[in-house]
Design a protein around this ligand. Structure first.
Ligand SMILES: Cc1cc2nc3c(=O)[nH]c(=O)nc-3n(C[C@H](O)[C@H](O)[C@H](O)COP(=O)(O)OP(=O)(O)OC[C@H]3O[C@@H](n4cnc5c(N)ncnc54)[C@H](O)[C@@H]3O)c2cc1C
Length: 645
């Protein structure tokens, strides 16, 4: 997929390609990506002038960049692309070097059909994937002995912690990554249930320092994801910095020496490590939430949480129950139904499920060929996939105060609901008994929106039953529902989610004169832009409170957050200081604005997911800010936001 250019600048796969092959491959191309790549290659002004459709989208639930309106223009792009590729192959058209930021601005104009403001342009340029480590913070101008004093402990071994490692390595700072699991991968190390895969396209669910990994699937499966993270650790030489099977149990700030004492437990027993900085990349989904159902301990069969899947358990011929219709529960039903003798889905709340053609399919060969052989096509294709989860998607999340329909919150949200309902009807329309029980009351996006991994097809199977009567208790042999009906099972799967609102409360954290549990006692976890907390100096959170998905997602955001931390560290080094904690007034201002915005967002409507909110009823996982705001904020930390010493 990532065939390098040969010494003569001609992509290897293009060299041997005959005209018919080029024409066939180009026919399979995404036209928006092809048009931008072609313009980059040829500078053909006619490509710029083609009329575009600003509201183009693949479906209401899938945003896409503005696309060409007219079929004849799309055909023209393909024709010109074939012609240009033949010229590249024959050596008469040279592949241009990667663009500078300024050149990119002009190229991006054709792709986005608008002049991007400065910070957005920079974001998309970093995502474009032409720099080795776009979010690196060079520290060559800081004397090495000073850098040695700024050592760092990174907690976690998932996508966020690995990004921290990559950027710390690039900065030349000393660091140790401490992960409690025996291997890297974070979420994906543990998610081993049948069908576990990412529901953001693979091209988007990857980091800017390794954006063109040869993914096998459109939506990478669990094993691919773990391999990807380990590949990144190897490529960036992180392994010597990693301590696996080691759990961080406590953090204590030593205000005299201005460093963190980090309690860990691992193969060497209990230890206290020291670091000037701590970067917490502990993820949201690290601690399972086991639903407390009466009689659970009496079950004689196999009871398994979805995050503690035992792959050695043979499913074939087993009578299986799945409790829960969250993302994992929805994702596993299709694959489980192919193996189990019988499958019962216990549903308390129905879920909206999105149609995603090609969700479980490998990336087509033609697409691989195009990515490898059409210069810069893969870069634009990556932006096309990220665009769909960028700020544009965010508009469906805002409550329109004048909106009267109770099951949606605004016009975009209503269109999304119609599309999802239409898809559901296309699957279950002939089974009104099922359809009626599958339509959620809540507006789509008030909970995480899973992709259809064969769920609808599965519930139609003869050996699969959807049970919507509430569970009364788990018995020795299975499950009893409140109507007195007894079901017998060999295995019960608890797809009941995670403790997502604990954040750092899972460990003992003592800051500068205050314990975190006390500081957060009022209404749970909060952090300044999700990253820093007053009285907890030099502690940075990745994927922290209120940083989950208004837009884009952890791959990008954790990189932005690490860059913010590194830039702040550099400012401290340059000013001869050693510690910084955010001022309370800044933290309070930020939280007031966060709360004000969240109140007007879909996460605050009745029926929203338990996983977004904490025990105080406050949304603690999801964010309210647009990607462009987060990018602009994190790009340059303001030292005046902090108390420094
Ligand atoms: C089943 C599932 C599917 C998902 N699908 C998607 C998706 O499709 N798209 C998407 O954008 N996101 C998805 N997510 C969210 C996913 O968590 C993030 O995309 C991403 O993996 C977050 O990376 P992270 O490194 O921040 O956290 P994690 O991957 O959770 O890694 C955190 C790591 O920290 C370690 N850790 C925690 N506490 C300690 C401690 N005290 N000491 C040492 N180590 C510790 C954990 O063991 C873990 O390995 C999914 C999550 C789950 C659970």
């Amino acid at each position: 997929m990532n065939a390098p250019l040969a010494a003569d600048g001609i992509p290897e796969g293009l060299k041997g390609a005959d005209d018919a092959t080029i024409e066939a491959k180009v026919r399979a191309a995404d036209v928006s990506s092809l048009r931008a790549a072609l313009y980059q290659l040829t500078g053909d002004q006619a490509l710029r002038e083609m009329p575009i459709d600003r509201d183009a989208r693949a479906a209401p639930d899938r945003m896409a960049p503005p696309a060409l309106q007219r079929e004849e223009d799309k055909e023209e792009v393909r024709r010109k692309a074939v012609d240009a590729l033949k010229r590249v192959r024959d050596g008469s058209l040279k592949v241009p070097p990667p663009p500078s930021l300024e050149e990119y601005g002009s190229l991006a104009q054709i792709f986005f059909s608008e002049d991007l403001p400065e910070s957005e342009r920079r974001f998309w340029w970093e995502e474009f994937g032409v720099q080795a480590v776009p979010r690196a913070v060079p520290m060559d101008d800081v004397p090495a002995p000073l850098r040695e004093e700024f050592n760092c402990i990174v907690i976690g071994g998932g996508m966020s912690a690995i990004s921290a490692g990559v950027l710390l390595k690039a900065a030349g700072l000393p660091f140790t990554i401490v992960e409690q699991n025996p291997d890297l991968g974070g979420t994906w190390h543990r998610a081993r249930y049948p069908g576990a895969r990412v529901d953001v396209a693979s091209f988007a669910y990857c980091n800017t320092y390794e954006p063109f990994y040869p993914w096998e699937h459109n939506f990478a499966v669990r094993d691919e994801l773990v391999t990807y993270f380990k590949h990144n650790a190897t490529k960036h030489d992180l392994w010597p910095h990693i301590r696996l099977s080691t759990k961080v149990t406590s953090l204590r700030w030593d205000s005299e020496r201005k460093l963190w004492k980090v309690g860990v437990e691992g193969p060497k027993g209990k230890e206290t490590l020291e670091a000037r900085f701590v970067i917490a990349g502990m993820g949201l989904f690290g601690r399972v939430s086991v639903a407390q159902i009466a009689g659970m301990e009496s079950f004689k069969g196999r009871l398994m949480h979805s995050a503690e899947w035992d792959e050695s358990y043979a499913l074939a011929g087993k009578r299986v129950a799945v409790i829960g219709t969250g993302s994992s529960g929805i994702q596993m039903v299709g694959p489980l139904s192919e193996q189990a003798k019988t499958l019962h889905i216990f549903q308390r709340t129905p879920a909206w499920i999105a149609n995603m053609p090609g969700y479980d399919q490998p990336i087509p060969d033609a697409q691989r060929w195009l990515c490898a052989n059409v210069p810069y096509y893969r870069n634009w294709l990556r932006l096309t996939t990220i665009y769909g989860i960028g700020d544009k998607y965010g508009t469906a999340l805002d409550i329109d105060p004048n909106w009267k329909e109770p099951r949606s919150v605004n016009a975009a949200n209503a269109r999304l609901r119609d599309a999802l309902l239409g898809y559901m009807k296309s699957k279950l329309g002939h089974r009104p008994d099922l359809l009626e029980r599958c339509i959620p009351e809540y507006p789509p996006l008030a909970k995480r929106l899973p992709k259809d991994n064969g769920w609808y097809d599965a519930v139609l199977k003869d050996h699969v039953e959807l049970v919507t009567t509430p569970i009364e208790r788990i018995t020795e042999k299975g499950i009893r529902t409140t109507d007195g009906k007894e079901y017998e099972f060999d295995m019960i799967v608890l797809a009941t989610g995670y403790k997502t609102s604990e954040f750092l409360l899972a460990m003992d954290v003592q800051g500068d004169g205050v314990a975190l549990k006390d500081f957060w006692a009022k209404d749970g976890a909060r952090a300044y832009w999700g990253m820093t907390i007053p009285h907890f100096p030099n502690l940075f959170y990745l994927y922290g409170p209120n940083t989950n998905g208004r837009a884009v997602g952890p791959a990008s955001w954790s990189e932005l957050q690490v860059r913010y931390a590194l830039k702040l560290m550099k400012k401290l080094m340059k000013s001869g200081k050693k510690a910084a904690d955010v001022k309370e007034e800044r933290y309070d201002e930020y939280n007031r604005e966060l709360d004000r915005r969240l109140d007007r967002m879909i996460f605050s409507v009745p029926g929203r997911s338990g996983y977004f909110a904490n025990e105080h009823g406050r949304v603690v996982t999801n964010g309210a800010f647009y990607n462009r705001e987060v990018f602009a904020f994190t790009y340059e930390p303001e030292i005046s936001d902090f108390r420094v010493s």
